[in-house]
Design a protein around this ligand. Structure first.
Ligand SMILES: [Zn+2]
Ligand SMILES: [Zn+2]
Length: 297
């Protein structure tokens, strides 16, 4: 049975600036949407094309993201939208916002089949999670999503468009082209779904919204060996601040200790006991044709 690493309330960081926009650094803020976070990179009041949106929430969140952007930057448009991966709760408003802002959308090349209309994600693992979430998650949309000509590949040299000092780190496992964003100068980590700070497996835990360190959301994670390696990569960074795709932003020594423990004891803490995608990682080319065997209820 997977566990979690509890974090004290004083690990939670950020300043509420109104309209649900929480500032973490002078040039970093995030908005908690239903179930998922989006991040704004760039100083408040940045000029037109002077900031970047990271991830794009659920399909119905265009208005909320737009309102949060206006709150932070006024009418100025982003230079780009960067997607950490292509799951439906991170790309929902991407195309609508890209059209509205006439902005490119960047994602890792390995994630492109799920973003250019050519493949759906492998289905959630029916053997993990238990309870309500694993029963309703097959109903969640898995694509295919098509961003058309807006879609661009992240640069091979790990730099990020319009973001000096930041670089992307390939952190596969949860999805094949999953990336985290890292800024060395102030040890700021945007880990998306490689590690998260709230439980995603039970509807009750999502509602209770305790702050605790977890491995990636289980039912969508495609390759557990890769996910473990990615957790080790992130722990080794020794971040001062972590913003995940789900849950509150956290900082401080408890975060670093927690990440190391998560990486060290990943098989016990983060991973379900016998996930299908441990021995049979779902590969990108499996696409929509791939399905894990049906488990007896
Ligand atoms: Zn995800
Ligand atoms: Zn997610």
């Amino acid at each position: 049975m997977a566990q979690q690493i509890p974090l004290d309330a004083d690990s939670v960081t950020g300043t509420d600036t109104g309209s649900g926009v929480i500032e973490l650094r002078p040039d970093l803020a995030y908005r908690r949407l239903t179930l998922v976070n989006v991040a704004f990179l760039g100083p408040a009041g940045a000029p037109d094309r002077g900031w970047v949106l990271v991830d794009a929430g659920l399909p119905d969140s265009e208005t909320e993201i737009q309102a949060a952007a206006v709150h932070r930057f006024g009418v100025s448009r982003p230079a780009a939208i960067v997607l950490t991966h292509g799951h439906f709760d991170h790309v929902g408003a991407a195309l609508a916002l890209a059209e509205r802002w006439d902005a490119p959308v960047y994602a890792h090349r390995l994630e492109h089949p799920y973003l250019d209309g050519s493949a759906s994600y492998p289905p959630p693992d029916p053997t993990v999670g238990g309870g309500l979430m694993s029963r309703v998650s097959p109903l969640y949309p898995r694509g295919p999503v098509s961003l058309g000509s807006r879609l661009q590949a992240l640069a091979a040299d790990n730099t990020l468009p319009h973001l000096d000092g930041w670089r992307w780190i390939h952190t596969p496992g949860h999805s094949v082209g999953h990336v985290s964003l890292w800024r060395e100068s102030d040890r700021t980590l945007l880990a998306a779904d490689a590690v998260i700070t709230t439980a995603q497996e039970s509807a009750y835990a999502v509602l209770a919204a305790r702050t605790e360190l977890h491995g990636p959301p289980m039912y969508y994670t495609q390759d557990w060996a890769a996910a473990h390696h990615s957790a080790m990569t992130l722990a080794a960074l020794e971040p001062d601040l972590l913003l995940s795709g789900h849950g509150l932003a956290v900082s401080g020594p408890q975060l670093r200790e927690g990440l190391h423990r998560l990486a060290r004891e990943f098989a016990v803490i983060a991973r379900p006991a016998h996930p299908h995608y441990l021995l049979h990682p779902a590969r990108a080319e499996d696409g929509s044709a791939y399905a894990p065997p049906v488990q007896p209820d």
